[in-house]
Design a protein around this ligand. Sequence first.
Ligand code: UDP
Length: 313
Amino acid sequence: MAKKRVLITGGAGFLGSHLCDRFLKEGCHVIAMDNLITGSLDNIQHLFHREDFEFYNHDVSKFVHVPGDLDYIMHFASPASPIDYLKMPIQTLKVGSLGTHNLLGLAKAKGARMLIASTSEVYGDPLVHPQTEDYWGNVNPVGPRGVYDEAKRFQEAMTMGYHTFHGVETRIVRIFNTYGPRMRLDDGRVLPAFIGQALRGEDLTAFGDGSQTRSFCYVDDLVEGIYRLLLSDCADPVNIGNPDEITINQFAEEILKLTGSKSKIIYKPLPTDDPKQRQPNITKAKELLGWSPQFSRSEGLKPTLEYFKDKVK
Ligand code: UDP
């Protein structure tokens, strides 16, 4: 049987590169595409020697051409951390909207199935807790996070449009906070920020009073959930994340303990529209995909810390 051919946009990014590894392991031919504004070739350096791997340096907001057949398109290109999308608001809006449109057109032309990376940010600062897929969210369209949140909400709408109107096979994963090796140390997210600060002996910067919550999922669990969703027949959005919720203060304490650091926790202003709580309801993923996270935070943090130890100077 011919190998399945998969296009992974954002293939040099944190999640995209892990997806490249997974699809290669599944025996697919992988085409990674990235314009490297937040991704890095370091994440896929180990794949360049392979004949079943190709890399295109391309911005998917512009017309996307891929020669040959495609079975799957995984749309993971986008700046994804708050400081990245604040620095690159227009690129973020374009990759979620124009990029998604281009890729849906490609999926239609190739008869490929397309999975888009949506986000818990579609729920904004949620008034329903834990967040279920039928919650419509509480998003400020013109706030600083609006460039990401609304691009992702548009992306979901566009994807549903191509599904219902053109019959394209589509899948939508709503990804909650995820961590693991290949995150960028300087992407501003709380986990690399705290680990970097702890390893350098600097104070840990909790924003606000640190009482806001997040629920962190290890990357291997996320990739497994995404892979199962792709192979399922569910076109509606599915949350993938780990429901183990903690406050940012507790998380800071945990990182101090893990690293054995003597650093203190200091407090900085809470960014505008920073969600106060976040926890995925994963009933749907459990029932439809037979999926639930396997890695506890202490298990997932070990390889993550090892990865960051090499990066901190
Ligand atoms: N945060 C923090 N200190 C940091 C970076 C982030 O306290 O140095 C907080 C941030 O305000 C938010 C939470 O940690 O409440 C998670 O932020 P992150 O940027 O990782 O992702 P988000 O879930 O907000 O998209």
